[in-house]
Write a protein that binds this ligand. Structure first.
Ligand SMILES: Cc1ncc(COP(=O)(O)O)c(C=O)c1O
Length: 557
């Protein structure tokens, strides 16, 4: 049962939210203790733009934890400088970080802070990343065991495979990344018929009937006039944005947008302005400013204004405030580019993404972009929209003209999984997967909150960041979880703000309740071991709740 939201129609607060009675910070972050009857979630109705409550929580870092995190980084930095000094005088035994004699005339490799950070901080916990897996990225994975004898500078494989690790890190939202079942069978059949490579671009000899079939299907799935598929999601953004805007245009980009959007924006030559993450006041201010002042110096109006946002933000677990973005885009007559890499398949009652999640009209989004690497268990990206837009991109996009087209078995994997989600395979399997993911998401998030962890993001987001904060805990969490046969992704600076290191879980419809319960038990145990249960707004476990599921227990740290 949802707790009653703020007054319907209430005006947004400074952070674009209503309903949070306590101090609101950037991006809707929560500051301080809420009033006793206030929950930490933001529930937004915002003048009827939202058809259902929009619950997002970003509990503020407890002061003591923030101080200890900075102290941790301080100590590591001091030791780093000491070790660099010892390296210089050849006292330190491990000389991997120093430049070789024969490279002395090259541009120095180890100079700035990033290199200092890599050598002295990242290297200590490097074993937590790039672990090679040797199976499909399903609910469980097999991993190659490796050891390092030189403090993580190099790794050696022991030849042993660690079997059946619970996979909490892959973007396999709907569980289609499998080597058995309908998708695999269809892809294998197409492989034997068409081969693996196309060896040409779409405009030359690489336009297969399968590509045409896929694009018609995508357009139907998205509810748009036309669509085009590309061989790589990253290139879909970085190569298509420059085809859409250029000099004299303005891009308004969310501060947490993915690197592919950032690269595309930079390559376009358009002027880029950044708004605070999912903050509608910040976006509106930039839009107003752009309309009032026009281009710098000449004061001519901008040729185009393009807003770049993502459906689900993969580090924050937040969902774009799409109804508000669309309202602003219409008000200021700008264009909207929506990257649904993480939300397509994963949100909405039938997996149609964030537009369906909010019950909006796909026509209100000018450029619908997404990738096949997540919910569809395949590779590549797409753009959907009006026919004129897609016809234009077919001719002017570098990734359409100069890159080989998608591999046929990959195309078939996408077609089969998409048809399954749409129910066109004659079964309800796809729909069940979408529902299962939604259930797993709510269950996993709620249980972590009951345990007392600080969890970021929207309650419907299958991307679940669990805050670790301290640098030492990044590596410790990854290692302890692996010891317990759970594979997790840990993230720290520079991918996150320096004090906001986290573990990032990705839920999947392939996770059974048993798998989730095992993972939760181990996470709780490691949470106790590493003292990670920082939340002052621990959720009361469902069974013990006297009233409803949004009752909170206040705990002082
Ligand atoms: C928001 C977003 N856009 C684009 C991409 C790039 O997609 P791909 O990995 O399929 O190339 C990613 C990758 O994770 C992403 O998160």
């Amino acid at each position: 049962m949802e707790r009653p939201a703020a007054e319907p129609g209430a005006q947004p607060r400074a952070n674009g939210c209503s309903g949070a009675a306590h101090g609101a910070l950037r991006n809707g972050y929560v500051r301080g203790l809420p009033a006793p009857d206030t929950q930490i979630h933001h529930i937004v109705h915002n003048g009827g733009l939202y058809k259902k409550p929009f619950n997002e929580a970003f509990e503020e870092t407890p002061m003591l934890v923030a101080v200890l995190t900075y102290v941790g980084y301080g100590v590591l930095t001091l030791f780093g400088y000491l070790r660099d000094f010892l390296r210089q005088w050849k006292i330190e035994k491990c000389q991997n970080a120093t430049e070789r004699e024969e490279q002395k005339d090259f541009v120095p490799l180890y100079q700035d802070f990033e290199n200092f950070y890599t050598r002295n901080l990242y290297m200590r916990i490097r074993d937590s990343w790039n672990r090679p897996i040797c199976s499909v990225p399903g609910a469980k994975v097999d991993m190659m065991e490796r050891v390092s004898h030189d403090y993580n500078w190099t790794f050696m494989y022991t030849g042993r495979v660690i079997k059946d690790i619970i996979n909490m890190g892959s973007y396999n939202y709907l569980g289609f990344a499998q080597n058995t079942g309908a998708c695999q069978e269809a892809a294998a059949k197409v492989l034997s018929q068409y081969g693996a490579g196309v060896c040409s671009t779409r405009q030359e000899m690489g336009n297969l009937d399968k590509h045409e079939e896929l694009e018609k299907l995508i357009a139907r799935f998205l509810g748009v006039e036309s669509a085009m598929a590309y061989g790589m999601g990253f290139a879909t953004n970085s190569m298509n944005i420059p085809a859409l805007v250029g000099k004299g245009c303005l891009i308004l980009s969310d501060e947490l947008n993915h690197a592919s959007l950032v690269l595309g924006a930079r390559l376009s030559g358009a002027t880029i302005r950044i708004f605070k993450h999912n903050n509608m006041q910040s976006l509106e201010k930039l839009l107003k400013d752009a309309i009032v002042h026009g281009q710098p110096r000449t004061r001519r109006p901008w040729k185009k204004i393009l807003i770049l946002v993502e459906g689900i933000y993969s580090m924050e677990g937040s969902i774009v405030r799409l109804p508000e973005v669309i309202a602003l885009k219409k008000k200021y007559k700008s264009y909207l580019y929506l990257d649904e890499a993480h939300s397509i398949g994963a949100l909405g009652p039938s997996g149609r993404g964030v537009v369906e999640y909010f019950g909006l009209n796909p026509e209100d989004v000018d450029v619908m972009m997404g990738t096949f690497t997540k919910s569809f268990g395949a590779a590549g990206g797409y753009i959907g929209g009006k026919k004129e837009l897609i016809d234009y991109l077919r001719t002017y996009s570098h990734s359409a003209v100069y890159a080989a087209s998608l591999s046929p078995p990959v195309v078939e994997q996408i077609i089969t999984s998409m048809k399954c989600i749409m129910g066109e395979d004659g079964s309800t399997f796809g729909k069940e997967c979408v529902q299962q993911l939604a259930e797993n998401t709510r269950y996993f998030r709620r249980r972590l909150k009951e345990m007392g962890f600080i969890i970021y993001g929207n309650e419907d987001s299958p991307v679940v960041p669990l805050m670790l904060y301290m640098p030492a805990k990044i590596g410790a969490f990854g290692r302890e979880m692996l010891k317990r046969n759970i594979g997790v992704v840990v993230v720290g600076f520079p991918a996150t703000p320096i004090i906001e290191s986290r573990a990032r879980f990705c839920l999947s419809a392939a996770h059974t309740k048993e798998i989730l319960d095992t993972a939760l038990k181990e996470i709780s145990e490691v949470g106790d071991l590493l003292q990670l249960k920082y939340s002052r707004h621990r959720l009361v476990p469902l069974l013990d709740r006297p009233f409803d599921e949004t009752t909170y227990e206040e705990t002082e740290d």
